[in-house]
Design a protein around this ligand. Structure first.
Ligand code: NAD
Ligand code: UDP
Length: 319
């Protein structure tokens, strides 16, 4: 039986990947230190005979018994409020953690896919962003801890590929949303949903004219899965190219909620990118992949998920 190690497997994306690989018949090892993830995301898998959970910080030496066919390295804080709160851990998991997993992949002769991000493009001066764009990152700004960790991660992955001949894949993930995000993780869609469900005004940073392009989780997982089984070793953007301003997103969500909602404008965080939209031509050509779920449908599914959580979840402020 094929065996896959998923780091960050108790997080948002990681837990959906665990589900996908269980469904596809793999033995899944989920490794996580729960720093931003939650065991409830994998509770339904814990008794599965092909599923194993290992509580471990991947910045420490990683050891797995027996063979391993694939590694998906998704461990890392991903939300701006998380990585601003734990900047050193963020740098360590992208650098030391990635080094440990590349070493493990080499020892096991496994293929490794690492989760990179649209943040490698920083506050982009080219629009939309294609994989050829080198980016515009403020190395020493507050977001630099995440962006530079991910840029280092890509760099060391390519070094293992070129120097050791390791089979590697790099996915550059653009803003993804859906069930199992934390309502309090600060990312805009769960933040707005929490505010709507609590009857609060929506917080809009800056004038709300900055743009993002939101991808529903099922589409993202399918793109990642196809990339792993391609033979392409350079970075590939996976995201939904439908771009929207944050103010228009707020209006769209107000309409979906059928309530009249106030907006509360706050300062734009430092280095918050003004625009972001993936160029997905490469993924389309290479993987025959493009997103299938539109924003209204995806947001509705996400709202339904949060509405079905226990009421206390709505008021939880700390992880
Ligand atoms: P998440 O916070 O829900 O999941 C991250 C998981 O990694 C958590 O379960 C956390 O406990 C675990 N983790 C963190 N540091 C660890 C360590 N040192 N050892 C073991 N486990 C550790 O975030 P997510 O949105 O699911 O993001 C997952 C990955 O995808 C991250 O690498 C992130 O950079 C990348 N990504 C996500 C998005 C997005 O829109 N969700 C966008 C771009 C990139
Ligand atoms: N944002 C906002 N209100 C919030 C949370 C976020 O206006 O309550 C804005 C944020 O400034 C950014 C965009 O929404 O411009 C997306 O933020 P998120 O944290 O979801 O993702 P990222 O900035 O990492 O793309």
């Amino acid at each position: 039986m094929r065996k896959v190690l998923i780091t960050g497997g108790a997080g948002f994306l990681g837990s959906h990947l665990c589900d996908k690989f269980i469904d596809e018949g793999y033995h899944v090892i989920c490794m996580d230190n729960l720093i931003t993830g939650d065991q409830s995301n994998i509770e339904h898998l814990l008794s599965h005979e092909r599923f194993q959970f290992i509580y471990h910080d991947v910045t420490e030496f990683v050891s797995i018994e027996g063979d391993l066919d694939y590694i998906l390295h998704f461990a890392s804080p991903a939300s701006p409020i998380d990585y601003l709160k734990i900047p050193i851990q963020t740098l360590k998991v992208g650098s030391l953690g990635t080094h440990n997993l590349l070493g493990l992949a080499k020892a096991k002769n496994a293929c490794i896919l690492i989760a990179s991000t649209s943040e490698v493009y920083g506050d982009p001066l080219e629009h939309p962003q294609s994989e050829e764009y080198y980016g515009n990152v403020n190395v020493i700004g507050p977001r630099g801890v995440y962006d530079e960790a991910k840029r280092f991660q890509e760099s060391i992955t390519m070094a293992y590929n070129r120097f050791h001949g390791l089979q590697t894949r790099i996915v550059r993930i653009f803003n993804t949303y859906g069930p199992r995000m934390r309502l309090n993780d600060g990312r805009v869609i769960p933040a707005f949903i929490g505010q709507i469900l609590r009857g609060e005004p929506l917080t809009i940073f800056g004038d709300g004219k900055q743009t993002r392009s939101f991808c529903y989780i099922d589409d993202q997982i399918e793109g990642i899965y196809r990339l792993l089984f391609s033979s392409y070793e350079l970075p590939v953007n996976i995201g939904n190219p439908k771009e929207i301003t944050i103010i228009d997103l707020a209006k769209e969500m107000e309409k979906l909620s059928s309530q009249s909602i106030k907006f509360n404008f706050k300062d734009l965080p430092k280095d918050d990118p003004l625009q972001r939209q993936p160029d997905i031509s490469l993924a389309k050509k290479l993987l025959n992949w493009e997103p299938a779920v539109d924003r209204a449908e995806g947001i509705e599914k996400t709202i339904n998920y949060f509405m079905n959580l226990p009421k206390e979840a709505l008021y939880k402020t700390e992880h």
